[in-house]
Design a protein around this ligand. Structure first.
Ligand SMILES: [Zn+2]
Length: 64
């Protein structure tokens, strides 16, 4: 019955702060909307860079 008083906690992927994993926390696993936005932005930037490099490599390979 102790689990009802202490919900599981996860570390925010953006800042490492411990966040209570509860249905009321709409930003989980992040601690706040700011951290969620930061992480999404970093992920999108990384994906874009990888995709661009891969695309350029394929193009040059086909032309030569
Ligand atoms: Zn955070």
């Amino acid at each position: 019955m102790e689990e009802r008083k202490s919900p599981p906690q996860v570390a925010c992927p953006a800042c490492g702060k411990l966040v209570a994993w509860v249905p009321g926390n709409r930003y989980r696993p992040f601690c706040s909307e700011r951290c969620r936005q930061m992480d999404l932005g970093a992920w999108a930037a990384g994906e874009y860079r990888v995709a661009a490099v891969e695309d350029t490599d394929k193009l040059s390979d086909q032309e030569s």
